[in-house]
Design a protein around this ligand. Structure first.
Ligand SMILES: Cc1cc2nc3c(=O)[nH]c(=O)nc-3n(C[C@H](O)[C@H](O)[C@H](O)COP(=O)(O)OP(=O)(O)OC[C@H]3O[C@@H](n4cnc5c(N)ncnc54)[C@H](O)[C@@H]3O)c2cc1C
Ligand code: SF4
Length: 257
């Protein structure tokens, strides 16, 4: 994620694909041919074809196999309303403001912005799945329920209990820092967790893991993070929990972070 580069290395073909102007099979064949002719490197061709066959066609299968019950799933029992700033972009969290602002302006955000910024925040904050699904359906030019719903409810919110993806894509601010240039321009501090100016993603990440321990701790893919949570001194864990509580209380009071 790079500021001022909303499209970066992405193809911007999802809307054309979803309304039938482009054909998936034809596109994959063309890219395969380009690789065979030495016009593109293998990793580029493979990555592109995998997005189409491995994700787009996969989520389509899940949607048609699991609907209509799928739309009502809420495995983590989330009950928090969608914060107002999803509709305005008015938040001090730089990564969120950029992803939302760009979305409202262009009707486009690429996958990592959807999954690891706006999606990650909704997951960590415990937003009601139907509310965040409605948002994704409303704001993107490529939005169609059959592709939006499994991505949001399954991949982002883990509301299907791991049917689509074997673990929630939860992440702290450190991940966003590694994957973007947002943090250096943010008024929050990504290297802090419990302080007043600490990046909200950090405490919310640990708060999420603590409050969902019963549903998540047996997942082998999360064993390492639960080990580091358990290795945290009790006083530190309490402070992290309190910071998470206070951030969530601010959301419940209708305040932007
Ligand atoms: C919460 C969330 C909601 C999403 N909602 C939609 C949606 O309503 N409609 C939609 O088309 N995509 C959706 N996606 C998938 C993905 O973000 C977009 O397809 C992609 O950002 C479109 O931009 P692009 O064409 O530049 O994609 P590129 O990154 O260049 O990828 C090429 C193509 O691969 C396909 N693709 C890649 N990842 C996925 C995926 N996870 N699921 C399905 N297809 C994928 C798309 O057709 C895309 O056009 C969603 C992802 C998330 C995390
Ligand atoms: S410090 Fe936190 S809120 Fe600010 S841009 Fe980085 S990850 Fe986002």
């Amino acid at each position: 994620m790079a500021e001022g580069e909303p499209y970066l290395f992405h193809a911007r073909i999802s809307a054309a694909l979803n309304i039938g102007l482009l054909d998936v099979r034809r596109l994959c064949d063309d890219v395969d041919k380009a690789w065979r002719e030495g016009r593109v490197p293998l990793n580029a061709a493979e990555g592109f074809i995998r997005q189409l066959i491995g994700w787009r066609e996969y989520v389509r299968g899940i949607y048609w196999q699991r609907m209509p019950a799928y739309a009502g799933l809420n495995h983590l029992n989330n009950d928090r309303a969608l914060p107002e700033f999803y509709w305005t972009g008015h938040t001090r969290m730089r990564c969120m403001a950029q992803a939302i602002g760009q979305t409202l302006r262009l009707g486009y955000a690429h996958h990592i912005q959807r999954l690891m910024v706006t999606g990650n925040f909704a997951l960590l904050a415990g937003i009601v799945p139907t509310a965040i699904c409605e948002w994704y359906l409303a704001v993107y030019m490529d939005a169609f329920e059959w592709v939006e719903l499994p991505n949001t409810l399954g991949m982002v919110m883990h509301a299907d209990g791991g049917y689509l993806g074997s673990k929630p894509y939860c992440a702290s601010g450190r991940y966003i820092q590694r994957m973007s240039d947002h943090c250096k321009a943010c008024s929050y501090r990504v290297d802090q967790v419990t302080e007043e100016e600490a990046c909200p993603f950090n405490a919310l990440y640990w708060h999420f893991l603590i409050r969902h321990r019963p549903q998540l701790s047996a997942n082998p893919r999360l064993a390492l993070v639960y080990r580091s949570l358990d290795g945290m001194p009790a006083g530190r864990r309490d402070a992290v929990w309190q910071r998470g509580q206070s951030l969530l209380a601010r959301l419940d009071a209708g305040q932007a972070l």
